[in-house]
Write a protein that binds this ligand. Sequence first.
Ligand code: ATP
Length: 513
Amino acid sequence: MAQEDVFKKLVSHCKEYGFVFPSSDIYDGLGAVYDYGQNGVELKNNIKKYWWDSMVLLHENIVGIDSAIFMHPTIWKASGHVDAFNDPLIDNKDSKKRYRADVLIEDQIAKYEEKIHKEVEKARKRFGDAFNEEQFVTTNQRVLDHKAKMDALHERYKRAMEANDLVELRNIIMDEGIVCPISGTKNWTEVRQFNLMFSTEMGSTAEGSMKVYLRPETAQGIFVNFLNVQKTGRMKIPFGIAQIGKAFRNEIVARQFIFRMREFEQMEMQFFVRPGQELEWFKKWKEYRLKWHKALGFGDDHYRFHDHEKLAHYANAATDIEFLMPFGFKEVEGIHSRTDFDLSQHEKFSGKNIKYFDPELNESYTPYVIETSIGVDRMFLSVMSAAYREEQLDNGETRVVLRLPEALAPIKLAVMPLVKKDGLPEKAREIIDKLRFHFNCQYDEKDSIGKRYRRQDAIGTPYCATVDHQTLEDNMVTIRHRDTMQQERVPIDSLDSIIAEKVSITSLLKKLV
Ligand code: ATP
């Protein structure tokens, strides 16, 4: 199936099974805003718990906070967001569609990459076992031509972005012959900067009101609480502060479902270190974060690092962890070495001394910062797209199954009476009443057992237990495993020990230490 179709199916699956709904659905939705349904919220909470525990529970030098969404507007001046949190936008005059100029160019670079990839795959088929990829890509003329064009474009794009040269960005779009995917024309406007922050008014009187912003990232809430946490928690460098919370960006082009939203959630951790030690810590956090992703078991080939070529002026290293989504490798998390930029800026704008006294060195300094920043929603999308399968069964039927890591599954166990009578429903409820303290259980009595299995497969429930007449005599149930579809007869008393550990977040956390 084409990847585009897989993605479309995934989006409708998310809606049909209560994972993600368009916001304000009965009013035909609101652009790039989504609601999480009964299963989505459970999966999302499990992702957040996995992240939070991996930070706060497993590191004694990391603590959490929960700062407000509204903050003093000067914070966004100090952080640079008021002046520079912009994207270059361009409109197509024929389709009236708006695009990010940088994204159009990056897509063009990806097209060259794709052309090279196709040549390589064609040659691989032709030469079979004798194929030497290294030799092919360094000697084949077509590959070399594509590569030369790609490198030249890349270099030109990099220079334009570094110089913030909007005219040059437009020139690149024209020279490359990039057309609007809707109208197919090159009838482009000039490129303009567009600030992504939402603003509103705080205060009830017109004179007394103040323009405030909806935070575009949670990180600044951590920076402005650096001293509060350090002093009250008696934290010693190196230490980290973690936070999960909503962020808002007025994205120019919001496409691809929950990949790019206007209201989303971030999980961010700022790790404060001694100046000079930041690159060492940057490396450690890169490794740790990749391990966190890989522990989910989707396969190491689903991840790659993408080191930034264009560093923000305050950063001295930055990388993205990219995940293989149905529409290609895309950023899910950013890891940035932000130097002492943020704390120094807040020191300057607030007039407060934001230094740390290091008792070991007997000196004060502004700490350097490593940031790990991941979007909950993008993580959710990556998990859903890796888990979604349409499988052909031996009996010729197909089933849709979410092969979710057990610890992330919304429901861990579905308990099903074979029939709705003879005391079987009561027995099933008895089992749930015992187990619901340990993990999420669902009672399901409607339709045939086969249909009920399919329904649970579709929401990723790892275990189903069927109560039949025999159960009333021997206190045993048939447990069915989602991935293998194997069934086995087990005593009711052993359900907890069979399931609890496997479905707990602890099973994932243990892979990290
Ligand atoms: P992009 O280049 O895709 O716009 P970014 O580099 O601006 O992302 P950061 O500012 O580094 O993103 O934010 C950290 C993380 O927050 C991202 O890796 C992503 O997972 C998430 N994120 C950022 N913007 C959005 C959005 N509009 N919708 C959903 N998640 C987002």
